[in-house]
Write a protein that binds this ligand. Structure first.
Ligand SMILES: [Zn+2]
Length: 105
């Protein structure tokens, strides 16, 4: 999976342009709700004393404090509520972008 040729945060949206010319737009809220880290998603079947923390998301959870590129692999955003362990691969972003595109139909 190639890295996007362009990646921009515009207001509360993240815009990605792919090498094939396609574009994906996400709201930061969508990005956060799709956080792939173990604390947010956890793997089904594992015993977890506490439910995933998605229930305690606040407005701050959807504001970006910063974002790091992770090699050529993806991005790791840090959120205003201090959360920052989710690494979003390009592949994963493209996948959730496609899912949301199909929701519009
Ligand atoms: Zn997470």
């Amino acid at each position: 999976m190639e890295a996007p040729t362009d990646l921009q945060v515009i207001g509360s949206e993240l815009a990605l342009r792919w090498p094939d010319g396609g574009e994906s737009f996400f709201s930061l809220e969508q990005i956060r709700r799709h956080c792939p880290c173990a604390a947010c998603c956890g793997e089904p079947g594992l015993t977890r004393p506490v439910p995933a923390q998605t229930s305690s998301l606040t407005a701050e959870s959807f504001r970006l404090r910063g974002m790091q590129r992770v090699g050529g692999y993806g991005i790791q955003p840090t959120w205003e509520d201090g959360h920052g362990t989710g690494i979003y691969s390009w592949e994963y972003l493209k996948k959730i972008g496609a899912q949301m595109g199909s929701d519009e139909r």
